[in-house]
Design a protein around this ligand. Sequence first.
Ligand SMILES: Cc1ncc(C[n+]2csc(CCOP(=O)(O)OP(=O)(O)O)c2C)c(N)n1
Ligand SMILES: CC(=O)[C@@H](O)[C@H](O)COP(=O)(O)O
Ligand SMILES: [Mg+2]
Length: 633
Amino acid sequence: MSTDNLELLDKIQYPEDLRQLPVEQLPELCAELRQDIVKELSVNPGHLASSLGVVELTVAMHYTLNTPYDRIVWDVGHQAYGHKILTGRKDQFYTNRKLGGIRPFPSPKESEYDTFTCGHASNSISVALGMAVAAHKNNEPDRHVVAVIGDGAMSGGLAFEGLNNVSSSPNDLLIILNDNDMSIDRAVGGMEKYLLNLDTNATYNRLRDRASKWLHSKGYLNDDRRKGLIRLNNAIKSALAHQQNIFEGMNIRYFGPFDGNDVVELVRILNQLKDMRGPKLLHLHTVKGKGYKPAEEAATIWHAPGKFDPDTGERLTGDTSQQPLRYQDVFGRTLVELAKQNPKIVGVTPAMPTGCSLDIMMHEMPDRAFDVGIAEGHAVTFSAGMAKDGLLPFCNIYSAFAQRAYDNIVHDAAILNLPLVLCFDRAGLVGEDGATHHGVLDIAALRPVPNLTLCSPMDECELRRMMYTAQLPDKGTVVIRYPRGRGVRRDDWQCALEEIPVGKGRCIREGDDVAVLSYGPIGNDVEKAIEQLKAEGCTTSVAHYDMRFCKPLDEELLQNIAAKFKRIITIEDAQRTGGFGSAVLEWMSDNDKPVKVVRMGIPDRFIEHGTVPELHHIAGIDVEAIKAEITKG
Ligand SMILES: Cc1ncc(C[n+]2csc(CCOP(=O)(O)OP(=O)(O)O)c2C)c(N)n1
Ligand SMILES: CC(=O)[C@@H](O)[C@H](O)COP(=O)(O)O
Ligand SMILES: [Mg+2]
């Protein structure tokens, strides 16, 4: 891939510059923009394939709309790199996702062109509807509001709630459905099949397109066109009585599907649609990874491929064969092992089979593993239903996305204490995906919920033991949290599957002066800190306990610790407020223990993006911070 000649892109800093170009030059600009994204991401990794797929749409929207006065609301925002480059951030794009650099997803904190918080899927229709209604109420009929939502994000319940509400208040919202048949993995579900069917109904599409062209030629699309539209809609509907369009059925006018990778055609369509009054949906068909062959051919891998050689398409992952497994793979492999022994076990993921490694089970036991789409709440309640009727679901959700499923956990799982295992992957600070993706609220959110058992493994073996324990009889609803990335063991991760007594911690090392109580893999950093202090000649005698369970706490162990130490330090990779340390502090206070508890955890603010070590440092939970805290006493 040639990466030099970006003549048109070089002239553009903001959409005003883009709007100076004649429409015939837009295909060339798209080619340059695509080239720039590929070149930048090859050395500074991020979300590649989705951004490549919407290059034409991005250019066409900024060309036809008056951004930033007009509102573009991106869904997830992982596809918005072209948008960033065209809206004043071209020169900073090399800092994308880096500490102090531009944010991983659009954010109004960063640019006036970024209209809302992005990161979690399926909110765009609700947000944009709110803005469209506000424009109406604020008497700003000229403000165009556009939601851009992918077919994957359209599978989320929030998107359906938004659609359901669209026609309830007067508004001129335009929803652009970017349909590429892909989520991160293949898009799934009834809506996906429905969209595919819409794609293939040629007669209907031809008529819709002709109708819109005819209306435009008559000037109906601009002013008083409602009557004409209704008459024409009805004529089309009766001609195609068998064809019911779900969007039209909800009073959202439907247009498409059109080729979303044809920029000239997109400009024509958007110019026609943008001034049309009332809510409408434009269905575009795009190719995920468009224009970069390796990404077109393997969109899941190229969703976020890491570093790569832009010319050959070789991914530069390095040799990982000597490294410990990722926690997600320990989960995926152990689940299959357990499922072979226990026929009741099933696996559930809301749209992250590759991300959480449930794909291992999907390949080996396809009828026992379910990808339910981007639907975290449903994933939990669906699992609860299966648990109620005799199955034993392992439902794996990224901790940050599980925030979407809070009431489902409380109402549908915990109240009946159903036998269900919630595995929270990506728990803790996740790194470059930043504030929206850090899985740091789960402990504080779930600790007050009765019946739940909350635990976190210090290493891969412990994860296996916790998974084994959770599927034994009468364990109720168990939540196991573990982080993004690799474990700490090499060849010995596959320890025997043994029960851990629920609510029992363990002593990692004895000591006399101060006790550190850790929860989860951060206990390995505690060990490093203690070893380093010893090597540096520190004489403080430090005990270390891996508490394993945040709920129930190991009260016997806490009694012993309180009897021996005047000062203890707790540490967790999660929000400090209300977390594991708070649980220990409450216990000490409730039991009148005269012990000073120092809680190490993430302070009460949102942590942005950077590498995990950088963020642990900023949050004050890295090895250096642990050493400093130990030696303070
Ligand atoms: C609530 C939530 N769940 C899961 C994710 C992870 N996720 C990010 S992008 C994505 C796929 C989105 O598919 P689609 O909307 O079709 O966009 P595409 O990548 O195909 O352009 C998923 C599952 C998320 N960001 N938010
Ligand atoms: C945009 C999004 O939400 C996902 O693509 C997320 O970035 C995946 O994170 P992992 O890389 O940790 O699977
Ligand atoms: Mg998609």
